[in-house]
Design a protein. Structure first.
Length: 167
């Protein structure tokens, strides 16, 4: 968010936890203003605004005119049974031409080939393909620091960036 703001973009975030919002501004040595906007607390400093509240309560009007979404691990934070609802709501609140950059951290399933691991995950395809073209823009394998206690083999997590383009 900081980098995007430094490039001259207006950045709006959405976060459920006021503790996380406060920590973000504190870690970046920013003094935000706060005010109530509908069901949300709006924290602002410079080009960065964060709406603090329930994602499922946000509307297109709350977000304003946005061009791109940067989604950093929201799916990871949600239980599996809520993820489809999350994506359905996302489609409702985004302008029709809005692109999404989706960052995920994925662990390989047992027996998965390297080619499968480095491709678009089945869950991402299932959740987003109806409304978006899915492009895997970047994959980085990050070895875990501690080997698996069962077989002693170090595992890798795949950090992926998907570019989602509205259909």
């Amino acid at each position: 968010m900081i980098w995007l703001a430094q490039q001259g973009h207006e950045v709006i975030g959405l976060e459920l936890s006021p503790v996380a919002v406060r920590a973000f501004f504190r870690e970046n040595r920013m003094q935000p203003s706060q005010r109530t906007v509908g069901e949300f607390t709006l924290w602002q400093s410079g080009r960065i605004s964060i709406l603090c509240g329930d994602y499922f309560s946000v509307s297109r009007a709350d977000l304003g005119n946005i061009d791109v979404v940067y989604d950093r691990a929201a799916l990871t934070a949600l239980p599996e049974d809520i993820r489809r609802l999350y994506v359905a709501h996302l489609k409702q609140i985004l302008p029709s031409a809005c692109k999404v950059f989706l960052l995920t951290v994925e662990d390989a399933d047992e027996g998965e080939t390297r080619e499968v691991t480095l491709g678009a995950s089945a869950e991402i395809t299932s959740l987003y393909s109806e409304a978006f073209e899915i492009e895997l823009a970047h994959v980085e394998s990050v070895p875990e620091s501690i080997p698996d206690p069962v077989d002693g083999i170090a595992r890798c997590s795949e950090h992926k960036v998907y570019r989602l383009i509205p259909r």
